[in-house]
Every structure is written in C-alpha cells, then in structure tokens.
Write a protein that binds this ligand. Structure first.
Ligand code: SF4
Ligand code: SF4
Length: 152
C-alpha cells in the first residue's frame, strides 16, 4: 500500500474529500511553520494526497507542523490538516517521542496522563540535552520550586 493511501486511511478522509480545496492558500498564509521561514504549503500536501503522489519525510510541514490548527480555523472547509500531518508522520515513522507517548497514554488510560508522558519522554530529553531547560519550562508552565523567603 502506498504511503498516501495508508495516511488517508488513518485520517478517515477519502481522497475525493480534498477535491473541495479551493487552492486559496489561506492555510499557508496563517501556517505557524511559515513564521519560521520554512516555506510550507499545506495545500500542496493535500493536492499530492488527492493525486496519490508520494510525500517525503523531509517535507517541512511533515517535520515541523506544530498541530496548532490555525490552518483548519482559517480554511473555508475546515480541513483538519494537522491530523493529515500526524497520519503522514505515523506512516513515515517520523513521530516524535512526545507524539508516541501521547498516543500510548490514550491507548492505556483513554486520556493524556502527564506523568506517564513525562516518564516516557525523559530518555529523549536526557539524550537531547534538553533537561537543563526544565526549570524554565516549569516556570513557563506555572510550576514554581519552593524558595526561601527573606525575613527583615
Ligand atoms: S497545524 Fe500545522 S499546518 Fe496547520 S497552521 Fe499549524 S503548523 Fe501550519
Ligand atoms: S485554506 Fe483550505 S481550501 Fe484554501 S488552500 Fe488551504 S486547505 Fe485548500
């Protein structure tokens, strides 16, 4: 089975569903990946799926889509492009450790269980040297470590 066929199966879309795409490229104009100058074009991905053409794992959208749904909100047809991208990543075996952990958590508990996701992500965070940024992330997420209060 072709990558595009398998990806379509995972999204629940039919190939012909994308025939409604107007080619207006509003999705590309609001795409977060383009804020980082990667020149991504979600409409191009949909067109290739529609035509049954292969999509490479190196495609900027496949690599960097944040799943923010800005494109879906702006699209006249509300096409769920991030779900298409997630299906492509699964088909191309390029899912991030976080995506794998989210999915496993959903399969086990039927919900995203944060401690489990974090536990699964720790080896990746350690390997990538990201652990040193943990205190900043926690601050950003609203967690604060206890600190001494100065008494006068
Ligand atoms: S969900 Fe992905 S494709 Fe859509 S706007 Fe966000 S980054 Fe771009
Ligand atoms: S915004 Fe929707 S209709 Fe317009 S090009 Fe993108 S996917 Fe197609």
């Amino acid at each position: 089975m072709q990558t595009t066929d398998r990806a379509l199966e995972l999204t629940g879309y039919q190939r012909q569903d994308f025939s409604v795409c107007l080619g207006c490229k509003i999705c590309a104009s609001v795409c977060t990946v383009n804020d980082l100058s990667f020149n991504s074009n979600p409409q191009d991905i949909l067109q290739r799926l529609f035509l049954g053409r292969e999509i490479a794992a190196e495609e900027p959208l496949v690599r960097f889509c944040t799943g923010c749904y800005r494109c879906t909100g702006a699209c006249p047809w509300n096409i769920r492009i991030p779900e298409v991208v997630r299906a492509l990543r699964e088909t191309l075996s390029t899912e991030s450790p976080f995506e794998k952990a989210f999915k496993a958590s959903l399969q086990i508990w039927g919900r995203v269980y944060e401690p489990y996701v974090l536990m699964r992500a720790v080896p990746f965070l350690l390997k990538g040297g990201y652990i040193k940024h943990m205190s900043r992330w926690m601050e950003y997420m609203g967690f604060h470590l206890p600190h001494k209060v100065k008494r006068t």
